[in-house]
Ligand binder design. Structure first.
Ligand SMILES: [Mg+2]
Length: 321
């Protein structure tokens, strides 16, 4: 792309992605105008992705666009918000052609429909560097009900909804290092867990999506809540493929640690009052998502990891760093 005329053609081609939402003003203005909604808070999240860093540069443009929307929307799912729109920033390398743009647009169209989000505006530029993308996503939540990272209390259980490890293994599969198309596909197109909205609203005191790894993201909840956390390595939910991979490794503790430290799972880590755990897990399972109690928030700050109930040995902790 893009000379100035191409830029206008690109914006015109995006107009259908507004779904006729009046807030987008048909992409003809410098800004979107979002009327306030009485009784609701506006939840906003921004993500950026750089080719070769946050996604594989040789993925299809359609997949890259869908992954951008899905990973951004996952943050709204973790807040129990209902998404309605997004702003898009694209920085195209000079050699990007029309077919690439058309495929990228198709990805936005597909998942824009799937998740009910209208394109409300954005900006497009060209760059001498790698393809760089950003989405800012918007959703509504009933006033004061957003599920934040900071709501956990010592004594709460850590419950993980979804599977841990498919992101770590899926990236290797997408690179051709592991033979599993199913894992590669889960890495390319993660699924934001909006079906857990009601379960979160009814039971969760805090939540975060697992983008940087279970240990990091659950640790963020503990830190934001002024609590500490114990995580049991053998308790996190994992797919059949991930469980089989762990059993096949020489050191299963090290393998499970790698999955817990790896990212891109887009599972939800949640803090739930101990007495509420069975009700929460039942509600999550009823929505078709696996869930397990994985740990416990404690008064003493910091993250502690156990392996079948025993504190992780120094050699394993050394591996982490
Ligand atoms: Mg997040």
């Amino acid at each position: 792309m893009p000379g100035a005329s191409d830029e206008f053609a690109w914006i015109a081609s995006l107009r259908a992605l507004t779904h006729g939402d009046p807030r987008a003003i048909e992409l003809t203005d410098d800004a979107a105008v979002i009327p306030g909604r009485p009784g609701f808070d506006l939840v906003v999240s921004k993500d950026a992705m750089v080719a070769g860093v946050h996604f594989l540069a040789d993925e299809t443009p359609e997949t890259i666009a869908r992954r951008l929307l899905r990973t951004s929307l996952s943050d709204l799912a973790a807040k129990a918000a209902e998404p309605f729109g997004y702003l898009l920033m694209t920085a195209w390398p000079k050699d990007i052609g029309d077919a690439y743009l058309a495929s990228f647009r198709r990805g936005l169209e597909l998942d824009g429909r799937t998740y009910g989000v209208a394109l409300l505006g954005g900006d497009t530029v060209s760059t001498a560097g790698p393809l760089t993308l950003s989405a800012t996503v918007f959703g509504w939540i009933e006033t004061g009900r957003a599920v934040l990272r900071s709501g956990a209390s010592a004594g709460d259980a850590l419950v993980v909804c979804g599977a841990i490890g498919d992101g770590f293994l899926g990236l290797r599969a997408a690179r051709g290092e592991i033979a599993s198309e199913a894992l590669a596909e889960r890495y390319r197109l993660p699924r934001p867990l909006f079906e857990l909205r009601n379960a979160l609203l009814a039971h969760a005191r805090a939540a975060a999506d697992v983008s940087d790894g279970l240990l990091a993201d659950a640790g963020h909840i503990a830190e934001a809540s002024g609590a500490g956390l114990v995580i049991e390595l053998f308790d996190f939910p994992a797919s059949e493929e991930a469980s089989a991979w762990c059993s096949s490794q020489a050191d299963e503790v090290e393998a499970r640690l790698a999955l817990a430290a790896g990212g891109d799972d887009y599972a939800l880590a949640c803090a739930v009052a101990e007495s509420d755990v069975p009700g929460f897990i039942a509600a999550v399972n009823a929505a078709g998502v696996p869930a397990q109690r994985v740990g416990r928030f404690e008064p003493q700050p910091g993250l502690r990891i156990t392996s079948r109930g025993r504190a992780l040995s120094a050699s394993h902790l050394g591996w982490r760093h």
